[in-house]
Each structure stands twice: as structure tokens, then as C-alpha cells.
Design a protein around this ligand. Structure first.
Ligand code: FES
Ligand SMILES: [Fe+2]
Length: 359
């Protein structure tokens, strides 16, 4: 049978984990958050990606910059204890007080004026390639990578009506899941488990209503599901808030679910955007940041998204639980990959990417 899942080693072998995360997370455009996390000049946030500590800042020119978070003197972590905040005009190394501007330039280096040939200009923070799309910040640790838009292909036009760059954070939940990151992607990419583990979801959107987009590129996979008659969003009560302002009547009937390789799950609802970013910790453990965003008009007094937040928190936990059960079973010495059904047509796409890495 052609379409079977992957052998166990791709989920359980630490050396494979190292290899694939180097490829997917250090050599691809990876979503590390939203621009609004560094909304004002001086704002910063520290992110951890592929074993690196990265410093994300907003400079005086309103540009989002990302740097390797270590000092150019003797390598000390520049920002450690505080994960986010506002630095004012500069960052100062806690060791010998070298100071850096918000654009990464070295501004001051005590005692170095006596060192022959030393020039401040030669020691800016090491920068990381960063680009934004629709309010999402992406980084690529490969300096020679193709531009972000080449990776996300036609999604820029397709999702323009949601105007994601105008949306603001409503709520964030962090999860720690004892499962390989690919099991989370797989779980997200099919809904034949929905009637079994998501009874509340099944009441809002029939699991067989999904239409997958034929995969023309492997940089993203996805499709949409139809909301049932009388249901206007995914939430405990199925009653949506004000639709996002630029969506057509037709687009309000669907929820779009897309995986943007490697780590962004984009779920576009009529009245809010749900994002999950996946942060692999080990071959059997993944941190997941789940965020809800909506248009500022939808956040006015009286608009309460707690029904949607509760719905997805319940649904997320159901998904994480079965993903953890899969991780355990795949670790059995007797495990061998089983066949996919035709309703799991997106899953071989990710599998192919993995197998191509291991010729
Ligand atoms: S290590 Fe940063 S100033 Fe010395
Ligand atoms: Fe699910």
C-alpha cells in the first residue's frame, strides 16, 4: 500500500529530531509571533528557536529587528531574566556594560578605546533575517534563504480579506504537549477524528464538510470546513461576534484551517483569527502557543470571546491528549505504520517532506 504513515524513528529518535528541526526550524521561515508584541519603539521580546535565544525589537523607525541575543564582547546573554518589556533606547550587557541601540548597533564599549584598531561599527549584534506578513513575524536563520513570500506562495492574496495585520490579541494560552511536533500537524490536518473526540465541534461543523485544497506546494497544506446552518462561528454556543469587516458573505460561511510549514497553524474564523505556533522541545515534547485575535471593532465593550476561547481550549486539550497517546504507541517495539484513509489526504504531504530529508 502506497500511502502509509512514517516509521517510528521519525517521531522517537533524538538524532533524527535534531536533523529535521535544523532543516525545518533553522533553514525555513518560521513564525515567531505577532508584530503587536513589539508595538512601540524600545519594545522587545525574547524568543527561543532551534537552540538559539533571539531578541526581537522595535526600533525608532518602527522597524521590527531580530538579533541573536548575545553580546559581541564575550558572548554573554544580553537579555535574560525578563522575557519582554521596553528597553528605552538601548540594551546594556549585564557583564561589562557594552550598550547596543534598538537597531543592534554597538553604541558604547567601556575601556575599549585603548584597544588598537577597535571600532564600534565592527561589532553590532548579529542580525537574523526577519520579514513580516499580515502582522506575523517570521525569521529565517539561513541568511541566504529565499524571500518569505516565496515560501508562503499564494496565501498572501488568498487571505487578504481577513486583513490579519489589523487584528489584535484577545487571549493567549500556552500548552506543553508530550508529543512530537509532526503529530500535532497531522492531527490538525484531518477531521475524521472529530466525531469521536470533539462532540462539541461536530455540532457546529460537520466533519465531512471539509474541502482540502489540492497541495500544489508543500509549503502549506489546508482547506476549509462549512459552518452548519444557523452557526456563525466556532464557539461553545456557535454564535459569532461582529464578522471581520472586510469578509464577504460567502467567506463567513466557512472556517479555513491552514498549516504553514513548519510551525504556524492558521485558523480563520468569520469573527476571529486563531493561531497556534509550534515550538519543538524534543522528539517527544512540543510547546504550543495558542492565540486569539480580532479586529479592534470586535473588541469594543460587550464583545466577549470567552465562548470561543473555552471551545478551543476544550478542543485543543482533546487533540493534545490523542497526540500524546499516539506518541506513546508509536514508541512501542511492535509499532509499524498503518495506511491512511482518503480523508487523510493532507498527511502524506508532510511525510514526503520528511522522507526527502532522508534519502
Ligand atoms: S560580555 Fe558583554 S560587555 Fe562583556
Ligand atoms: Fe481535532
Amino acid at each position: 500500500m502506497k500511502n502509509k504513515g512514517l516509521p517510528a524513528k521519525y517521531y522517537t529518535d533524538p538524532s533524527w529530531f535534531k536533523r529535521e528541526t535544523e532543516y525545518f526550524f533553522a533553514d525555513k521561515w518560521v513564525c515567531i509571533g505577532r508584530e503587536e508584541e513589539v508595538r512601540n519603539p524600545g519594545d522587545y521580546v525574547v524568543k527561543h528557536l532551534a537552540g538559539e535565544s533571539l531578541l526581537v525589537t522595535r526600533d525608532d523607525n518602527k522597524k521590527t529587528n531580530v538579533f541573536y541575543n548575545h553580546c559581541r564582547h564575550r558572548g554573554t546573554l544580553l537579555v535574560s531574566d525578563c522575557k519582554k518589556g521596553n528597553a528605552g533606547l538601548r540594551f546594556q550587557c549585564p557583564y561589562h556594560a557594552w550598550t547596543y541601540g534598538l537597531d543592534g548597533k554597538l553604541l558604547g564599549a567601556p575601556h575599549m578605546h585603548e584597544t588598537e584598531g577597535f571600532q564600534l561599527a565592527d561589532y553590532p549584534l548579529h542580525s537574523v533575517r526577519a520579514e513580516t506578513w499580515a502582522g506575523h513575524i517570521f525569521v529565517n536563520l539561513n541568511k541566504n534563504a529565499m524571500p518569505l513570500l516565496d515560501q508562503i506562495g499564494g496565501l498572501k492574496e488568498r487571505f487578504h480579506p481577513w486583513r490579519m495585520e489589523t487584528l489584535n490579541l484577545i487571549h493567549r494560552i500556552e500548552y506543553s504537549v508530550k508529543a512530537n511536533w509532526k503529530l500535532i500537524v497531522q492531527n490538525y490536518s484531518e477531521c475524521i477524528h472529530c466525531p469521536i473526540i470533539h462532540p462539541a465541534l461536530q455540532k457546529l461543523s460537520h466533519y465531512m464538510s471539509g474541502e482540502n485544497e489540492p497541495a500544489t506546494t508543500e509549503n502549506y497544506l489546508g482547506g476549509r470546513m462549512v459552518l452548519k446552518e444557523g452557526i456563525t462561528t466556532m464557539s461553545m454556543d456557535g454564535v459569532g461576534k461582529a464578522p471581520l469587516p472586510f469578509l464577504s458573505e460567502d467567506e463567513r460561511k466557512f472556517v479555513y484551517y491552514y498549516w504553514l510549514m513548519p510551525n504556524l497553524l492558521l485558523s480563520l474564523h468569520p469573527d476571529y483569527l486563531l493561531t497556534h505556533t509550534l515550538w519543538p522541545i524534543s522528539e517527544a515534547s512540543t510547546k504550543i502557543i495558542c492565540e486569539f485575535h480580532t479586529h479592534p471593532d470586535g473588541m469594543k465593550e460587550g464583545s466577549d470571546f470567552s465562548s470561543a476561547i473555552e471551545f478551543w481550549d476544550v478542543t485543543n486539550k482533546q487533540d493534545w491528549h490523542v497526540s500524546e497517546l499516539s506518541q506513546i504507541g508509536i514508541g512501542s517495539r511492535a509499532f509499524s505504520p498503518g495506511p491512511y484513509s482518503v480523508r487523510e489526504s493532507l498527511l502524506p504531504g508532510l511525510d514526503r517532506m520528511i522522507l526527502e530529508l532522508d534519502p
